[in-house]
Design a protein around this ligand. Structure first.
Ligand code: SAM
Length: 261
């Protein structure tokens, strides 16, 4: 390609991804809003509504970055709490909720921790920030009720390893959910989207974050990510059942899901 990123070796790829997110950490949330015109918020809402979070759950959000998905999961659980006016017994259940945010980049996690403090309301207790690699998780086998990864799997070196690890840490009955930028197939929309991502995104990256290359790399990585059907087969190959996906905005993003039965 004209971007020169195609020939990157594996170690180099990991290093580059970690550089990209170190560079973008402080501008990350703003850039998300700008690049997606705020839509990423709705996509994350959709992801969490598919998860069906419940009080007391143990959940792992991998590549969790600054905590967007984790905060939503906790909000969903706590909104049920306020409606139910639960008694003391149920209160204990809420206190057992654990949402682990795992990310390879400490800068992203630090932004997330700061956000958690700013939000207050005792959420800090249920949120655990863990520096770690999606390809080699430090969590025990069969320990999680749910696993999410949002805009994260596209950047890893070995997708298969990430899926195998997701399968390993989930309990039987646990759900795997992946939100990722995917492939648009609608013809005219595809051309518009290509123009938008190859021309506008790197320009925005330069303007807002002073970093054109990182954003160009991110766009390029979307092209290389397997199409919806291929990715669904990979999830099934990792052992998941009832694998399905939902396209949002014509495939700009898709949500894949699978169950460990
Ligand atoms: N999930 C968050 C969200 O949707 O706002 C953050 C997504 S951000 C685009 C991708 C994140 O993946 C970055 O925070 C990056 O550090 C992390 N990441 C990249 N490779 C990883 C790996 N091998 N293991 C864990 N996290 C990784």
């Amino acid at each position: 390609t004209s971007f020169g990123f195609k020939e990157v070796h594996e170690e180099e790829k990991s290093r580059m991804v970690s550089n990209v997110f170190s560079n973008v950490a402080s501008n990350y949330d703003l850039m998300n809003d700008l690049m997606s015109a705020g839509l990423h918020r709705l996509w994350k809402d959709r992801l969490v509504s598919k998860l069906n979070p419940f009080p007391g759950m143990k959940h792992l959000d991998v590549a969790g970055g600054t905590g967007d998905v984790a905060f939503r999961i906790l909000e969903t659980i706590n909104s049920v709490k306020h409606r139910a006016m639960q008694d003391v017994l149920e209160d204990n259940l809420y206190e057992e909720t654990r949402i682990f945010v795992c990310d390879i980049n400490p800068n992203m996690l630090n932004v997330g921790k700061k956000r958690a403090l700013e939000r207050g309301s005792g959420e800090e207790k249920s949120l655990i920030w863990v520096e770690g690699d999606a390809e080699a998780l430090t969590f025990e086998d069969n320990s999680m009720d749910g696993y999410t990864i949002a805009f994260g799997i596209r950047n890893v070196t070995h997708i298969e390893k990430v899926l195998a690890e997701a399968f390993r840490v989930l309990k039987r009955g646990g759900r795997f959910l992946c939100l990722e930028l995917s492939h648009v197939e609608v013809p005219i929309f595809k051309e518009f989207y290509d123009y938008y991502s190859f021309s506008i995104i790197p320009a925005l990256g330069e303007l807002v974050a002073g970093d054109r290359d990182s954003y160009q790399y991110l766009v390029e990585s979307i092209r290389r990510f397997p199409p919806q059907e291929t990715f669904a087969s990979m999830i099934a190959d990792a052992g998941f059942q009832k694998v399905e996906y939902e396209n949002l905005v014509g495939g700009v993003v898709s949500i894949h899901s699978g169950l460990k039965l």
